[in-house]
Write a protein of this length. Structure first.
Ligand code: PMP
Length: 425
């Protein structure tokens, strides 16, 4: 497969080779590297990507959830084009920024106040700073397999990146006992500023919360006087306002929320916000307010694209449809792979392939995926690319609004074909 891949993608290879001269390992975004070299895309439209080598791909990765709208969604494209014509960098407040904040607040009622950033990573950074300032404490509970941005990655009980220096306490996802043990220990009692959690582990393998886990965290955070932060950078697509909200625990109110990805309409975006009492720390009218600057926090393109996306495109009905489509696809994939090592976890329009003996129900934390076969997932990835389906190297998928039922049915067929070719799985 790797040889065929190299033969079929000579221009991508040339670009990659050139990249190694100025970028470490030819790469400026770790997640995008794969063996033998990553493809270079030159164009995208709707649900499709087109590579420099002239191949077309159905985009099932959806830019790790940021591509929810599909490529060049007409209303968003028009908003960006119009905004660009009005001038890019005002260095001032502007109306789209206020409107976007109102729209986000409508959908995330627990965010009394919010601030925008350029990325989800920055949103995490600022949410943690706010929680520490608010509580006067320093320790942060996070989860093994959790991912909160380039500077906040946890794996095998350790920081797994060039992590920002915080006093991390690493618990096990979907395991309240591990959280309580950390909070109640003599060393940590009264010292924990925040519990930072993804409502569904995203990069860690699309592992949803088990019943009661998030509610248990809410209780534990309140009891410990810690700020509960939901990192909804990926899961925010499950909430659309209206009906679908009940699909993530509706009565669960975090103290703070971080957002990113699609909410900026496909442009660089992040946001953090939450309870009035916490977010007021940033009120510049107050003496000793916390400072949070950022040249591009309210950049004109992101604010206008994000506004139109939430106002006109990702309405509750389309959000429910996308969610249902994801659930249907995952069920079809699970049916197709029953009795094999291939397992598909996830929730709604986000999912991930694993090659493991564990059943889908067994997978409650990344520790249940210790036997996940990386070689098989690499073969699966190259197989899918060869057939024209673009997915993440680690088997991650995030559906966009641009995908059609036919395209998803076609994908299920190709997965069946993969399983036929590898019948001993
Ligand atoms: N939090 C979560 C849950 C994420 O999945 C990501 C990005 N994949 C981030 C934070 C970081 O966002 P960004 O890449 O915009 O910095």
């Amino acid at each position: 497969l790797a040889n065929a891949f190299t033969r079929n993608n000579p221009k991508s290879k040339t670009i990659y080779n050139a990249a190694t001269n100025s970028l470490p390992g030819g790469n400026t975004r770790s997640v995008l590297y794969y063996h033998p070299f990553p493809l270079s895309m030159s164009r995208a439209s709707g649900s499709q990507l087109f590579s420099v080598d002239g191949h077309a791909y159905i985009d099932l990765l959806g830019e790790y959830t940021a591509g929810l709208y599909g490529h060049s969604e007409p209303l968003i494209l028009a908003a960006i084009t119009e905004a660009a014509k009005r001038g890019l960098n005002y260095g001032s407040q502007h109306e789209d920024e206020v409107r976007l904040a109102e729209l986000v607040k409508q959908r995330f009622p627990s965010m009394d106040l919010m601030r925008f950033t350029n990325s989800g990573t920055e949103a995490t950074l600022m949410a943690l700073a706010a929680a520490k300032a608010f509580t006067g404490r320093k320790k942060i509970v996070v989860f093994d397999g959790g991912y909160h941005g380039g500077a906040f990655t946890f794996k095998d009980g350790k920081s797994a990146a060039v992590n920002a220096p915080h006093e991390w306490l690493i618990a096990r996802y979907n395991d309240l006992t591990s959280v309580r043990a950390l909070l109640d220990s003599e060393e940590n009692a009264g010292k924990v500023a925040a519990i930072l959690v993804e409502p569904m582990l995203g990069s860690g393998g699309a592992i949803p919360p088990t019943a009661g886990f998030l509610e248990g965290l809410r209780e534990a955070a309140t009891a410990a006087g810690a700020v509960l932060i939901f990192d909804e950078v990926m899961t925010s697509r499950m909430h659309s306002g209206g009906g679908i909200q009940s699909q993530m625990p509706a009565d669960l109110c975090p103290d703070m929320t971080t957002l990113g990805k699609y909410i900026g309409g496909g442009m660089s975006f992040g946001a953090f916000g939450g309870k009035q009492a916490i977010m007021e720390l940033f009120d510049p009218r107050k003496p000793n307010a916390l400072q949070h600057a950022g040249t591009f926090n309210n950049n004109v393109l992101t604010m206008s694209a994000g506004r139109v996306g939430l106002e006109q495109v990702f309405m509750p009905e389309r959000a429910s449809q996308l969610h249902a489509r994801g659930d249907k696809l995952r069920k079809a994939l699970q049916d197709a792979s029953r009795g094999t090592l291939m397992k598909i976890t996830g929730y709604g329009s986000i999912m991930c392939f694993h090659f493991t003996e564990s059943t889908v129900e067994d997978v409650r934390s990344p520790q249940d995926l210790k036997d996940d076969d990386k070689t098989l997932s690499s073969i699966f990835h190259l197989f899918m690319l060869e057939r024209g389906y673009y997915i993440a190297r680690r088997g991650f998928l995030a559906l966009s609004l641009a995908l059609t039922e036919e395209q998803l049915d076609g994908f299920v067929e190709v997965v069946r074909e993969f399983l036929r070719v590898h019948e001993n799985l």
